[in-house]
Design a protein around this ligand. Structure first.
Ligand code: 4AD
Ligand code: MG
Length: 430
């Protein structure tokens, strides 16, 4: 019977055939251990010389890395492997012999691996990270679908900038100029006025000249937007969402977390509610921690975020940033207009900001004022102002960066390993 590695637990003691690639191998004169992978998982195949045809044993001994084949054998339980099963191989049918596979079990440099990303994805660690990414995506849809949100897809080609004009990719749209979306937010606000609670999940583009372990040029963002909700209510959705995703990964990706040697005790502790500190308090905390030159009004960089996060073993919300360093659409605090009703969620363990969110300005006159202050003239934004003209309501929303979240949960150092084909400052290949 034909099956896949993720299904073998249903076939213990039975003979099965699995289409696989050879990940690795070790053999002696009498026995060959084949590390097999089929896309669904990794499993050891054992070929015992005395139990198979001579030709089959010779084949097993000589198979090269990444050769594709059908293997047929008996599934047995194996308590020594974390996977729990192995295959006692009886027959091997080679499909295609792989010659000189470039990624060998020895250590390779990052640039070499990135140049071979199309092959590197086959490795056990990369497989585990992508499975965790997939679980985060799956549980995100589940969370929002269970909580009355409608998935809305904002456009990728746009005529307006959501997050400032300096980091836009420009493109020609027939005889107009267009940009690749840096955030679907403005469109999601329109959608919230039509559907109440909405979320988007798609690629976004930032022409940022940043070369850090947290920055991608193309990344995926989850952007919920909620009508009749204020800043505080939005924080509750955010902490519940993040907790839900963590719990789902802990439950459904045990093997992958184990492969990555992730310390899961740190993740198990993550439970809503998350601590909240104001920007003012964060400045004080930073001064205490030795950042003596930081001044009120400055934005935080990665070292600041890491230092703040160290004081908590949970993700922490930093709220009420200075109005001047945040986006034009954020609602100033009515009691203190020099700060806005916003929060960034900072992940523990140095992974930095994973969510940026805020309550939006719902007053037309104020929004017009902020438009002017930010030089947002032109027709491209007219529709956005109209949302404040026809039944404006308090509303709030946020964006969670998928790759930073995958990096944190998987415990991998750099976001380049959290997306199948990363787009980086110096990389468009493969
Ligand atoms: O803080 P940002 O820029 O917020 C927005 O775009 C809002 N319009 C979202 C909203 O309210 N709907 O980006 C949100 C998140 C960040 O917290 C971070 O996780 C991620 O997107 N992000 C990046 N991830 C990888 N590479 C980059 N260059 C990123 N820029 C932002
Ligand atoms: Mg931000």
């Amino acid at each position: 019977m034909k099956t896949t590695i993720d299904q073998v637990s249903n076939h213990v003691g039975q003979e099965v055939t699995i289409g696989v690639w050879l990940a690795n191998k070790r053999s002696s004169g009498k026995i060959a251990f084949l590390q097999l992978r089929d896309g669904t998982g990794f499993m050891q195949g054992v070929v015992v010389k005395a139990e198979v045809a001579e030709e089959t044993f010779q084949t097993a001994k000589n198979i090269t890395q990444e050769t594709s084949m059908y293997v047929t054998g008996i599934v047995v339980e194996d308590s020594r492997s974390p996977f729990g099963y192995e295959l006692q191989v009886k027959e091997i049918e080679i499909l295609h012999e792989s010659v000189d596979y470039p990624i060998t079990p020895k250590e390779h440099g990052t640039e070499f691996l990135m140049d071979h990303r199309h092959l590197w994805l086959r490795s056990k660690k990369q497989h585990a990270v992508m499975k965790i990414r997939n679980e985060i995506i799956r549980s995100t849809y589940e969370f929002y679908n269970n909580n009355g949100f409608v998935k809305i897809d904002p456009p990728i080609l746009t005529g307006s900038a959501a997050e400032g004009t300096t980091e836009l990719f420009h493109t020609q749209y027939f005889d107009e100029e267009a940009y690749l979306s840096q955030s679907g937010q403005l469109y999601m606000e329109a959608a919230a006025m039509a559907f109440g609670k909405v979320f988007s999940f798609g690629p976004t583009f930032r022409a940022e000249k940043s070369k850090t372990r947290r920055h991608l040029i193309e990344f995926w963002m989850i952007e919920p937007e909620m009508a009749f909700m204020d800043h505080e209510e939005s924080l509750v959705v955010q902490e519940q969402f993040v907790t839900y995703v963590i719990q789902s990964v802990l439950k459904n990706c045990k093997l992958e977390l184990n492969t990555l040697e992730r310390d899961t005790t740190k993740l198990e502790k993550i439970q809503a509610p998350f601590p909240r500190i104001t920007y003012d308090k964060a400045i004080e905390l930073l001064k205490e921690k030795g950042f003596t030159d930081i001044e009120w009004g400055e934005d935080f960089g990665a070292p600041h975020e890491t230092a703040i996060a160290e004081s908590f073993d949970m993700p922490v919300f930093i709220t009420h940033y200075p109005t001047d360093i945040k986006a034009f659409y954020m609602k100033p605090d009515p009691n203190r207009p020099e700060v806005v009703l916003c929060a960034d969620l900072i992940a523990p363990e140095g992974y930095g900001e994973i969510i940026g969110g805020s309550q939006r300005i719902d007053d037309l006159a104020l929004m017009e004022e902020r438009y002017e202050a930010h030089n947002l003239t032109g027709d491209a934004y007219r529709w956005y102002l109209e949302l404040r003209k026809y039944g404006s309501v308090p509303h709030a929303g946020f964006g969670l960066g998928l790759e930073r979240t995958v990096a944190w949960i998987s415990g991998v150092e750099h976001v380049r390993e959290t997306i199948p084909f990363p787009r980086l400052l110096n990389r468009l290949y493969p």
